[in-house]
Design a binder for this molecule. Structure first.
Ligand code: SDX
Length: 446
């Protein structure tokens, strides 16, 4: 089928058209009909360009602010069914991975497409573990920040700075180079994150301990003080590992779209990850877990929840941690996070803010304002309570999102690079600005 030549299907040929995987579009401005192929329940936007009134027109485009109904790519990494609250990485349900896997194994799955064999997991773990150190010069870079610098601002800058230490990362079509940058990024993000935290406390940096697990080493770099060997609490270590699994990927979210968009210019992966981390920083995205805790602290007590809900329904406030661009059902990750919260509270003590959170959820799940808009708790609603109970300051919450999402960003970036259909991202626009006009000298301006 030649999509550039309009195919005029006779209007009477409806049964035949109904059998064809296509749309027949009638342009009422000209009376012409066009047949556009349908594949995977989508049409290619470029197939609309043939629809014109005059031959020298640019042709039909689609207009989709925030791309809410536009597939930007074909992906085989993560599947979400927003209505049913389903999330799968490479076909494996998030509930099973959270129960049975580890973050490093899940990161391998997301990046390679299959669960690793024992030998593959050992090799993968060895290489990630042996890329946790960062160049000593980065410490000087971090020391330049104020003590109260937001760790997301620090880590965005630091991961971009890593691109200057690894110029070989520019060889983005060299598989060995991509593999090495992957080890480096997944290995070093926890180190950078921990170093930003220690900087904010004015504490000396605690170096990686290669004998510990991925989450255990992160806890070590965060919280080790005078002890020679840090021994992570196994409940907290496992809780963090599961939280990392839950945050590893989430198809074409804002930060992943930034990773793909910036990566499509063929920049190195460190610079692209810096852009993705910056996108994640926003309170509507990965910054929501910090915003949730600030909201719960602002509410202050269970008996003040109804007043806050009134403000939300009047549009004065958002119920942070609620709602989702895709999930119009309970975010499957939120259910698991809620369970982890109680496990952490058993070790660290119950976080009193949980009562306020539960009351917000109870009211929201009953109130028509939220039910009608399909606003359910998302992954960010309970994570902040856990992080606070584990001793993290609120500013570290989005950093705890960026660390595990690094594997998803890299996997999506690599899939984009290797997709022959992909090229530099360059959307179009509808121009409604001024027509051509001449320059006005200063003394003639109104
Ligand atoms: C993440 O995309 C991903 O996959 C992201 C993520 C990932 O893993 O990468 O899942 C992680 O970012 C989770 C989302 C975290 N953000 C928040 O919790 C911030 C609060 N949530 C909202 O800002 C909002 O729900 C969004 C941005 C998350 C989703 O917005 P939508 O789906 O585009 O919804 P919308 O803005 O079109 O709102 C629809 C209606 C509006 O009301 P009306 O104009 O119809 O009257 O719902 C209202 C909105 O005002 N609404 C809310 C609300 N979210 C939407 N009202 C109150 N509180 C909210 N949280």
């Amino acid at each position: 089928m030649n999509p550039t030549k309009p195919i005029v299907a006779p209007a009477s040929d409806k049964t035949n058209a109904a059998r064809r995987e296509s749309l027949t579009i009638t342009d009422n401005r000209t009376g012409r009909q066009y047949e556009v192929p349908v594949q995977h329940d989508t049409i290619r936007a470029i197939d609309l360009r043939q629809i014109k009134v005059n031959e020298d027109d640019f042709g039909m485009m689609t207009y989709d602010p925030a791309y809410t109904n536009t597939a930007s790519c074909i992906s085989r990494i993560t599947f979400i069914d927003g209505d049913k609250g389903i999330l799968r990485y490479r076909g494996y349900p998030i509930e099973e991975l959270a129960e049975k896997s580890t973050y490093l194994e899940t990161a391998y799955l997301i990046l390679h497409g299959e669960l690793p064999t024992n030998a593959q997991l050992e090799d993968w773990t060895y290489h990630v573990t042996h890329h946790t150190f960062i160049h000593e010069s980065i410490k000087k870079f971090l020391d330049g920040f104020h003590y109260d610098a937001h760790p997301m601002g620090m880590i965005i800058s630091a991961v971009a700075a890593l691109s200057t230490f690894y110029p070989d990362a520019k060889n983005i079509f060299d598989e060995d180079s991509r593999r090495k940058q992957t080890w480096r990024l997944i290995g070093k993000m926890p180190t950078l994150a921990a170093f930003t935290y220690r900087h904010s406390l004015g504490m000396p940096y605690a170096y990686p301990d290669n004998e510990l697990s991925y989450p255990g080493n992160f806890l070590n770099m965060l919280f080790r003080t005078t002890e020679l060997k840090y021994r992570p609490n196994p409940t907290l270590e496992r809780a963090l590992d599961v939280l990392f699994i839950l945050h590893a990927d989430h198809e074409q979210n804002c930060s992943t779209s930034a990773m793909r968009g910036v990566g499509s210019s063929h920049v190195d992966p460190y610079s692209a990850i810096a852009a993705a981390t910056a996108a994640l920083y926003g309170p509507l995205h990965g910054g929501a877990n910090e915003a949730v805790l600030r909201m719960l602290l602002e509410i202050g007590s269970v008996n003040r929840v109804p007043d806050y809900i009134k403000q939300v329904k009047s549009g004065e406030q958002k119920l942070m941690g609620f709602g989702h661009c895709v999930y119009k059902n309970y975010d499957p990750r939120a259910k698991i996070v809620k369970h982890i919260a109680y496990e952490v509270f058993d070790v660290m003590g119950r976080n009193p803010l949980i009562d306020i959170a539960l009351e917000c959820e109870r009211i929201a799940l009953e109130d028509d304002y939220f039910v009608k808009r399909k606003l359910y708790p998302n992954v960010d609603f309970y994570t902040g309570l856990i992080y606070q109970s584990m001793g993290f300051p609120m500013t570290m919450f989005p950093v705890l999102f960026a660390i595990p999402r690094t594997s998803g960003w890299i996997a999506q970036w690599q899939e984009m690079l290797l997709d022959p259909e992909q090229k530099i991202a360059r959307p179009r626009q509808i121009y409604l600005g001024s027509d051509e006009r001449s320059y006005i000298p200063m003394d003639h301006r109104g």
